[in-house]
Design a protein around this ligand. Structure first.
Ligand SMILES: Nc1ncnc2c1ncn2[C@@H]1O[C@H](COP(=O)(O)OP(=O)(O)O)[C@@H](O)[C@H]1O
Ligand SMILES: [Mg+2]
Length: 500
């Protein structure tokens, strides 16, 4: 057998297979992580990433024949306790924290459970928690109950807990799925710091730009099999997508010239100190303008301003030729602007509520009849959009949480389109949407543009803007630094400009 693990491997897994009943979740997979490395585990939904993590951390046992070494020690089948003692920790998607316990207890409790004296003193808890947070460069109120913290802070608590003890490797399974861009930025910095201090991090994420920004190596899984291990350097998003899906990327550029259509949105010298500067931009009816750039380039902040969520310090916004100033997003919605944010999972949809209720929410006033919601109008609206956007659902009364990421995103789009906007702002519209389902979302977006909608497409996935926008603006450090015509510039050139 080929020996893949370098001498300094903290984790080396070989010949790992796993079957659940009739489903083969993993087939003869090898996976190795070096000390202090940031390693990305990439693959579409269902490709086996979480199963591999669960085997490495002792939650599942692999089928016979697997070989696992942790920190140079051969362990046939690690238990969660043994994996942890050998320095392998994991942060689960749901974080697995205790909401009623304090920050300090959540971080240190587990580690001190086995300690003597059996009942850890408050001082010990506090000191252990402080040390772990200190390694992350974060201060939190140690006595606050966990439930009082926002999700990003809870995640930091989970990372701190994972650091307690002689941790050599931390698995993070989709840690940025429900974070905003700023929070993601902070998390990526923490991952870099961990790596610099010698702790290896295995990172699972759907955001390919983020993956390529942070990882040194990428292991790609497809349908439970290993596609390969690749250096992140020189890897592009389009190549990674091909490796994950096994399909060659549809390379049809959709860019068209909309030079004569009336301007819907015009920005002149728009500036918000510390976020974006001197933004000049025109979007015409039927035009899709893409903005890409690295995390922290100021794109999302610009989108927030256009949707009335923060005010520019300087400069002008014109809609259909008239200057506008929004005090809130209500003003923006009234002016015909819709905004689909990257925070679909926390802001765009109310997960426990029904598909129908989520869809009808922004247009309730139009469904009123004699002061009550007309069930007939509501059904007509909901059925119409579900048919129009080909959303795959069971019943409109099902909770929206029962839908896949791609279908949830269609509901978000439908919800906003029901407001009949003239300008649609899309910020990271495919975050959490399977690579395979993204094409369907973009087919809808293209159709909307054909119907005359002006679209601002913000994305850190260069291929998304390259293939779907008429013009691509590269934003860096709060400024638009370059404009690309996708018909004249290759995707590779765009990726080089943005990521190099
Ligand atoms: N506990 C389980 N029981 C049955 N099937 C499972 C179980 N866990 C995962 N699977 C199946 O194994 C495959 C891989 O799943 P998973 O490892 O969760 O993928 P990923 O994390 O890459 O999305 C999927 O087909 C999934 O349905
Ligand atoms: Mg998973």
């Amino acid at each position: 057998m080929a020996e893949q693990a370098a001498p300094a491997a903290v984790l080396a897994m070989r010949a790992v297979s796993k079957t659940f009943g009739g489903v083969q979740a993993l087939r003869d997979v090898s996976f190795a992580v070096r000390a202090g490395e940031v390693h990305c585990l990439a693959g579409e939904n269902g490709s086996g990433k979480s199963t591999l993590i669960k085997i490495a951390t002792g939650v599942y046992s692999a089928d016979a024949g697997a070989e696992i070494d942790i920190a140079g020690r051969h362990v046939t089948a690690p238990t969660p306790g043994l994996a942890r003692r050998l320095g392998v920790s994991v942060i689960w998607q749901d974080l697995a924290l205790f909401p009623e316990m304090t920050v300090a207890e959540n971080i240190a409790f587990e580690a001190l459970l086995g300690a003597r004296p059996r009942l850890a003193s408050q001082r010990q808890l506090r000191e252990t928690a402080e040390r772990a947070l200190g390694r992350l460069g974060v201060t939190l109120d140690l006595t606050a109950p966990l439930r009082s913290l926002p999700i990003a802070k809870r995640q930091i608590v989970a990372i701190a807990r994972a650091l307690v003890g002689e941790t050599k490797l931390i698995f993070m399974d989709e840690p940025t799925a429900s974070l905003t861009r700023n929070e993601t930025d902070h998390l990526l910095q923490i991952v870099r710091n961990l790596s610099a201090s010698g702790v290896a991090v295995v990172f699972v994420s759907h955001r390919l730009a983020e993956v390529l920004e942070i990882a040194e190596a990428v292991t790609v899984l497809r349908d439970g099999g290993l596609v390969g291990v690749f250096p992140a350097e020189g890897m592009t998003q389009s190549r990674l997508t091909e490796l994950m899906t096994g399909q060659t990327f549809d390379s049809a550029v959709s860019a068209r010239d909309r030079g004569t259509a009336p301007a819907v949105l015009e920005l002149r010298g728009l500036t918000r100190s510390g976020e974006y500067q001197d933004i000049d931009l025109t979007i015409r009816a039927g035009e899709t303008v893409g903005i890409t750039g690295l995390i922290g380039a100021g794109r999302t902040e610009l989108g927030h301003t256009l949707f009335g969520m923060n005010r520019p310090g300087r400069g002008e916004i014109r809609l259909h030729g008239k200057p506008v100033s929004f005090r809130s997003n209500k003003d923006a919605i009234r002016a015909g602007i819709a905004y689909v944010s990257e925070d679909r999972l926390s802001l765009g949809l109310i997960q426990p509520q029904s598909i129908a209720d989520n869809l009808a929410l922004p247009v309730l006033d139009r469904l009123l009849s004699l002061g009550l919601i007309s069930p007939r109008r509501k059904t007509a609206l909901v059925d119409g959009w579900i048919r129009d956007l080909a959303v795959k659902i069971g019943k409109p009364e099902d909770p929206v949480s029962t839908l896949s990421g791609g279908n949830q995103q269609r509901i978000v789009l439908a919800k906003w389109l029901a407001t009949e906007p003239r300008l649609l702002i899309l910020d990271a519209p495919t975050v959490g949407v399977d690579v395979g389902a993204r094409a369907g979302i973009f087919a809808i977006i293209r159709r909307l543009a054909e119907q005359g909608l002006a679209i601002l497409l913000i994305s850190d996935e260069a291929p998304e803007v390259h293939f779907n926008a008429d013009r691509v603006l590269h934003m860096a450090g709060g400024r638009i630094v370059e404009e690309f015509d996708p018909r004249e510039t290759s995707l590779a050139a765009l990726e080089l400009a943005v990521y190099a």
